[in-house]
Each structure stands twice: as structure tokens, then as C-alpha cells.
Design a protein around this ligand. Structure first.
Ligand code: NAD
Length: 357
């Protein structure tokens, strides 16, 4: 049951996709940083959603009377317009942030229907509600992958959008849809385009948690091509801090790249993890075929965010990677449960052999 809309003087914030990796960190960040915010988390709990990621908040709020509680979970779909109507009508959100998405490139190559549905249709449904209920702020979590391959130099906020795979195309579709709603309807939206995040609670099909957990299990790590693809990495706590800065200080109708500038090849990342675990990486690495349409390099420039809003990352890449490795060492139950489930195993059988059909 949700609290009545008028209870207390809380500022109501809706986070969509708050049970996933980045969304759960951001929900925790808001909850613990702003005692006057009441956070609603709307999440469909797909294979990537996991309420164990926010168990500390559930424990924290236990025993608090309903109208004083500052965190509420709603199990539902951002494509469900009826449900959105109910929520938007009842809660007068001060801000809506959309993290909900299908987020794994490999899965989008095998089948992209859910990507188009959630990442485009779902964003459209949210935009219509933001418009209809005159929500003062909407923040769309977009990605550096919409810029496509960046052979050299850096992508700026005005760089062309050239997605290469169905995931990045669906995110690009959402990104330009939000831009169109800004221009046509003056919807007070903001777009953030982040580079690759890493940290605790990341689903272990993604490179860093896959490498850490595979080392811990004594298994092979599938590496696309020669492992020379370059990605730009940001610790999830720095990402949350950047979104907080944007949420509280950025003007409406703006677009922001978020990055910490840590460019590394996939092989460099795996070797660093091996160092942290005291392992020899060679016997663990298995080179597999490249992704069709693979992007060789992503690199975004976050100079605008630094110059105009004064934001800078606080975490050193190696230290944050060390913290992440320790978290996966200490929380084996969390990831073993995921890796044993069919939703992981059935996909991983294909991912680990570069099978895209
Ligand atoms: P994730 O896959 O870990 O989590 C996605 C969450 O969205 C899950 O909790 C899932 O249950 C929920 N969800 C999916 N479909 C939904 C629907 N129809 N309705 C409601 N909830 C739904 O993703 P993540 O890695 O935390 O990424 C969060 C956002 O940030 C995504 O939009 C992604 O595109 C973007 N992003 C991710 C990265 C990265 O490195 N992970 C980088 C840049 C941008």
C-alpha cells in the first residue's frame, strides 16, 4: 500500500528502474542524502532487477508508520499507461528520473523486441505523463553508446548520434524522443549520457562483475576479439554524485555527458582485476568472436559538466576497482544466486560462445 499523497511535507521523487544496478545506487543515494525526499521506485523486476540491491533501505524504514516512510516500491512497467496515470495523479512528483531499460548489448543482438518496447515505448509513456501532469523535472538516463564508435578524440554533447547495435539504437531513439518533447512541448527534461559504470550490485553478465566472479569460480572469461576495445569507466558512486549535481543545479532542457575519463581496453581491465585477486590472468582468458557491429572505442568529454556545474569525479579508478572486487568477494551469495538461475545461464551459454541467434 502507498501512502496518501498529502502525507507529511515530503518531496516526492519517482525513480523508474530503481531495482537495477545504477538505479538502486541512486535510490540509496537520494534516500540517505535527503531526509525530506520520499522516493518511489517503479520497477518491473526483469531478470536484471533485484530488490536485494535495496534491502538496507527496506530494513531502515521497518517500523516507521506508513505516512512517515520515505521509500516505496511499486512493482510495475513503465509501458503501463494506466499504472502511470494512477501514480502521477496521486503523488505530484517533484522529479522523475528514468533508469529503467533493457541494458545489455549482447542480449539486444539476439533479440531486440524488449529493447524497443521498454527503451522507446516506455520512455514515450513517461514523457506523455510528465507533459500531462506538468512535472517540473524529468531526467532521462542515456548512454555514451549512442555516439557509436569514436576512433579518436572525444564525443561532445553536440556530436552526431550514430548508434551501432539495437541496444544503443533504442537508447538513441529515447534520447531524440526526449529532445523532441523538449523542443515541441517544452517538457522540462534533462538528458544525461554516461560512460560505463562499475561497482557493487552489477549484474554479472557485464564485463567487470563477469571477470571478478569468473576468477573467483576458477572459470574462463570470454573476451570479445583480441580484448582491445576501449571503454571509459566511472565508479557508480561518482555517477550518482554527478546525477545529484545535475538534478539540483542544471537548467531544464540541457544535455550532459558524464565520465571520469578512465579509458581502458577490456584486456587491461581484466589484467588489473587479476592483479587485485593475485591471479594469473592467462589461463582464465578465452578469446571469442567479436560482436557483430562492435564499437571499438567509446570516449566522452565531460568538460561541460565540470565547467558549468563544477562537478568532478572523486574516486580513483584502481581504488574503486579494488573496492568493487572486495565487494564481490564478500557478497558471493548475492551473485551466486544470480549465476545459478536460468535467466543467467541460458543467456550466458550463448554470450560465452559469441552466439547471436
Ligand atoms: P540494469 O539492467 O541493471 O537495470 C535496469 C532496471 O530496469 C532493472 O531493475 C529492470 O527490472 C528495470 N526495468 C526493465 N524494464 C522495465 C520496464 N519496462 N518497466 C520498469 N522497469 C523496468 O541497468 P543499469 O546498468 O543499472 O543501467 C541503468 C540505466 O543507465 C539504463 O537506462 C542504461 O541504459 C543506462 N546506462 C547504463 C550504463 C552502464 O554502464 N551500466 C552506462 C550508461 C547508461
Amino acid at each position: 500500500m502507498l501512502p496518501p499523497s498529502s502525507s507529511n511535507n515530503f518531496k516526492n521523487i519517482l525513480v523508474c528502474g530503481g531495482s537495477g544496478f545504477m538505479g538502486s545506487h541512486f535510490v540509496g543515494h537520494l534516500y540517505h542524502t535527503y531526509p525530506s525526499y520520499r522516493v518511489f521506485n517503479l520497477d518491473l523486476l526483469t531478470y536484471a532487477g533485484n530488490n536485494a540491491n535495496i534491502r538496507d533501505i527496506e530494513l531502515h524504514k521497518a517500523g516507521v508508520p506508513l505516512d512517515g516512510q520515505r521509500y516505496h516500491f511499486i512493482h510495475g512497467d513503465i509501458c503501463d499507461r494506466g499504472l502511470l496515470e494512477e501514480l502521477f495523479r496521486a503523488h505530484a512528483f517533484a522529479s522523475v528520473l528514468n533508469f529503467a531499460a533493457e541494458s545489455h548489448v549482447d542480449r539486444s543482438i539476439i533479440s531486440s523486441v524488449d529493447f524497443i518496447r521498454t527503451n522507446i515505448y516506455g520512455v514515450h509513456a513517461l514523457m506523455e505523463m510528465v507533459r500531462k501532469y506538468s512535472i517540473p523535472q524529468f531526467i532521462q538516463i542515456s548512454t555514451d553508446e549512442i555516439y557509436g564508435d569514436v576512433p579518436d578524440g572525444y564525443s561532445h554533447e553536440e556530436s552526431p548520434i550514430r548508434p551501432s547495435n539495437p541496444y544503443s539504437a533504442s537508447k538513441a531513439g529515447a534520447d531524440v524522443l526526449v529532445q523532441a518533447f523538449i523542443r515541441t512541448h517544452r517538457v522540462p527534461a534533462i538528458i544525461v549520457r554516461s560512460s560505463n559504470n562499475f561497482g557493487p550490485f552489477q549484474y554479472p553478465e557485464k564485463l567487470i562483475p563477469l571477470a571478478i566472479t569468473s576468477f573467483l569460480e576458477g572459470k574462463k572469461i570470454p573476451v570479445h576479439g583480441q580484448g582491445q576495445h576501449v571503454r571509459s569507466w566511472i565508479y557508480v558512486k561518482d555517477f550518482c554524485d554527478a546525477v545529484d549535481t545535475i538534478m539540483h543545479t542544471a537548467p531544464r532542457y540541457t544535455i550532459w555527458n558524464i565520465s571520469a575519463g578512465n579509458l581502458r581496453t577490456n584486456l587491461e581491465v581484466i589484467h588489473r582485476i587479476a592483479d587485485l585477486l593475485g591471479k594469473d590472468p592467462k589461463p582464465h582468458i578465452e578469446h571469442i568472436g567479436d560482436r557483430p557491429g562492435a564499437d571499438h572505442r567509446y570516449a566522452v568529454d565531460h568538460a561541460k559538466l565540470h565547467r558549468e556545474l563544477g562537478w568532478a569525479p572523486k574516486h580513483n579508478f584502481d581504488a574503486a576497482l579494488g573496492e568493487t572486487v572486495r565487494w564481490y568477494q564478500m557478497n558471493q551469495e548475492w551473485w551466486k544466486r544470480i549465476k545459478e538461475a536460468d535467466t543467467f545461464r541460458l543467456h550466458y551459454e550463448k554470450q560465452s560462445k559469441a552466439q547471436y541467434y
